[in-house]
Design a protein around this ligand. Structure first.
Ligand code: ATP
Length: 676
């Protein structure tokens, strides 16, 4: 376009002047060349046959004249001016004389040299001519081509001028279009530039978004993988939990079955236990001899002579030998007694407890069990029942009560594993001069909390806060002592031990104010046991009662010579012990005629004393009763010892009689309330 525009911009006048100048130059050039040709006229002849000139150039420089005439200008020149051979020159000189010959030879030689030089010059000129001819030919060719090109350019210029002249409007419109297109292009370029900037920003954002997207995709993939894994894990957990549930159900059913079997086994064991007890007798009497206390005033006193046979559960008590009136002979009185078991003075508490453990356990089967300690003052009743201070749970001297409490709660714990649950209540009362005192009553306000916890110190502290007046006023139970009794719920053995310690202190306080009242009163400690079995198909409820009775020391009024308060106490004690004996004797008779109409006619005089009223539920019927008769080792207590042993022997006789009747009437059946 630009070339076209440049060509188009030259004016016709300019182009005409350019053409005239070129033409004049060409004319001048032709004249110069024509002039040259005139000067070189010699050469003009050979211009028409350059090929022949070329061919004549072949023979090289020679020492003699050419052998023949050469064709063409070179040949002609050679024919006119042939170089002279020196040999021929010598021959010529010999014919005309020696000096002439020498001169001729020299001339010949110079002529040969001149000819040769001329020959060389001629050769060079020919070469130049040939080059000139070739150049001229080339120039002529160029000139022709230039002329043709000038003609062609001229015609094209004319065509262009015609085209420009004939289509100005189109050119203008094209130019305008080009301008518009240029503007449009610029706009497009500007837009493209803006778009490029925008595109760059967008590209950057796109990059950020792309990386964010990639990140999100990766997170999604991770989540999906995790979800897959969790899904697998969840499925595994569900499967595992189902398996565990199945195992748990199987274990539960096995446990139920085991519990059922255990319950049945326990039941059978207890039935067997109770049958053994039944065979041994529901009334039993154990005799326990107290050892002589070392390092006491007893060491200097005469001891009672007692003979115990190995092959039987009995003993023979000997009086001191007595001389007859003449003094010539000596007589020793002796008394034989039979009991269910006799413990020697050195028998430890644990051995004694072994003998009563089954009896204690039967209270958990719904039996009413009563364990009495009977004997004169200082014979070891309290020691047998409570041990050293009633709180020696872990002590080897711990008595039957703390050991029984521990056993009961151990058993309760084991029974819980077989589907049993127990409610245990404790009560403690004292019967003094036919009055019943509730030893747990004064702290009733704190009993519930005290019983539900094994923190005995807090209960003791609260108990200590109440004044002695409050305690003494609150403790007396009027009316039916069984109804007035407070039964305190206890959760474990330590709660019971705490109660026992406090009751012991309470009793001790009373003893200081009432002068050895402890030995002049009966103390009754009871645990009521209500058990429920929840095993399917074996549901039942049992209610047992375990009573420990530390009886007041028996006393022979005529031998002690007591009077006043002591006499009154002794009378109450003897009366209540007599009433107890009567009740036991009536129970024995009733048991003897079990199953007959006369059994109904036997009246059991429970209401003859506060003690028997209190123990009404613990005596008779299907209850199990054990009497410890404690014996002092001192000879000086022989009278009291014999009295106690006779009382115990009477009880044992009744029990033995009743037992024989039971065995005859019921065969080997032992009555088990829990088995009903
Ligand atoms: N089996 C025994 N072994 C060792 N010491 C004993 C035994 N029995 C009793 N004692 C001791 O004999 C003394 C009197 O015993 P204990 O107080 O138990 O008699 P008690 O019959 O309860 O008297 P009381 O009727 O006056 O209360 C106590 O010091 C006691 O420790």
């Amino acid at each position: 376009m630009r070339d076209a525009r440049v060509v188009w911009l030259a004016t016709p006048r300019q182009r005409e002047r350019g053409g005239q100048r070129n033409e004049r130059e060409r004319e001048r050039e032709r004249e110069r060349e024509t002039g040259k040709e005139r000067k070189n006229g010699v050469l003009d002849a050979g211009r028409g046959a350059p090929a022949a000139s070329q061919a004549s150039r072949a023979p090289p420089r020679q020492t003699g004249p050419p052998s023949g005439a050469a064709a063409g200008p070179a040949g002609r020149f050679a024919a006119n001016r042939r170089p002279v051979s020196p040999g021929k020159t010598t021959i010529c000189s010999a014919a005309s004389g020696p000096s002439a010959a020498a001169s001729a030879a020299a001339t010949k030689k110079a002529s040969a040299a001149w000819a040769n030089a001329l020959w060389d010059q001629q050769q060079r000129e020919e070469a130049i001519l040939e080059a000139l001819v070739a150049r001229r030919s080339s120039i002529a060719g160029c000139r022709d081509r230039r002329e043709k090109a000038q003609l062609r350019a001229f015609s094209l210029g004319q065509e262009l001028q015609e085209a420009a002249t004939g289509h100005p409007e189109r050119m203008a419109s094209l130019s305008e279009a080009v301008a518009i297109a240029s503007e449009g292009l610029e706009v497009v370029l500007a837009m493209a530039s803006g778009d490029a900037a925008k595109g760059h920003g967008l590209t950057q954002r796109l990059g950020v978004e792309a990386s964010r997207l990639a990140e999100l995709q990766q997170q999604l993939a991770e989540l999906q993988a995790r979800e897959l894994a969790e899904g697998t894990g969840r499925r595994g957990l569900v499967r595992r939990s189902q398996e565990l549930q199945a195992v748990a159900e199987a274990a539960q059913s096995a446990q139920d079955e085991r519990a059922g079997l255990l319950a049945q086994n326990g039941l059978l064991a207890r039935r067997l236990n109770n049958e053994i007890l039944g065979l041994k007798g529901n009334f039993r009497v154990f005799c326990r001899l107290r050892p002589q206390r070392p390092r006491s005033d007893e060491e200097s006193k005469e001891t009672l002579k007692v003979d115990m046979q190995e092959d039987r559960q009995g003993l023979t008590v000997f009086a001191a030998p007595q001389r007859n009136v003449t003094g010539m002979s000596e007589h020793t009185s002796s008394w034989d007694f039979e009991f269910d078991h006799v413990f020697r003075p050195n028998a430890p508490q644990a051995i004694v407890f072994e003998e009563i453990a089954l009896l204690v356990q039967s209270a958990l089967d719904g039996y009413r069990v009563a364990i009495f300690a009977y004997g004169q003052t200082g014979s070891g009743k309290t020691h047998t029942m409570g041990g050293s201070g009633l709180d020696a749970k872990e002590d080897e001297h711990a008595g039957m009560i703390p050991r029984s409490v521990d056993l009961i709660f151990r058993e309760v714990e084991q029974l819980q594993q077989t589907g049993w649950s127990f409610e245990v209540h404790a009560s403690m009362a004292e019967v003094y001069n036919e009055a019943v005192l509730d030893l747990l009553a004064s702290r009733q306000h704190s009993q519930n909390s005290a019983s539900s916890t094994s923190d005995s110190s807090s209960t003791e502290a609260s108990f200590a806060m109440s004044s002695e007046r409050e305690r003494s006023e609150a403790k007396f139970v009027s009316g039916d002592p069984q109804l007035g009794f407070r039964r305190v719920p206890v959760k474990d053995a330590s709660a019971v031990h705490a109660l026992l310690r406090r009751a012991h202190r309470e009793r001790h306080v009373a003893a200081t104010t009432a002068n050895e009242r402890s030995s002049r009163s009966h103390v009754v400690f009871q645990l009521s046991l209500i058990g429920r079995c929840e095993v399917p198909g074996q549901q039942r409820e049992v209610s047992g009662l375990l009573s420990f009775v530390d009886l007041a020391g028996s006393e022979r009024l005529h031998s002690t010579g007591a009077s006043g308060e002591r006499l009154k106490e002794a009378q109450h004690i003897n009366r209540s012990l007599g009433a107890l004996g009567d009740v036991i004797e009536a129970i024995g008779r009733k048991s003897s005629c079990r199953g007959s109409a006369s059994a109904l006619a036997v009246h059991v005089p429970y209401r003859n004393s506060r003690l028997t009223m209190l123990l009404r539920d613990s005596l008779g019927g299907d209850s199990k009763t054990l009497f410890f008769v404690n014996v002092s080792p001192l000879l000086e207590h022989l009278g009291e010892t014999l009295s106690s042993l006779r009382f115990a022997s009477k009880v044992h006789a009744c029990c033995a009689s009743a037992q024989r009747h039971v065995l005859v009437a019921d065969g080997d059946t032992a009555h088990a309330p829990g088995a009903r």
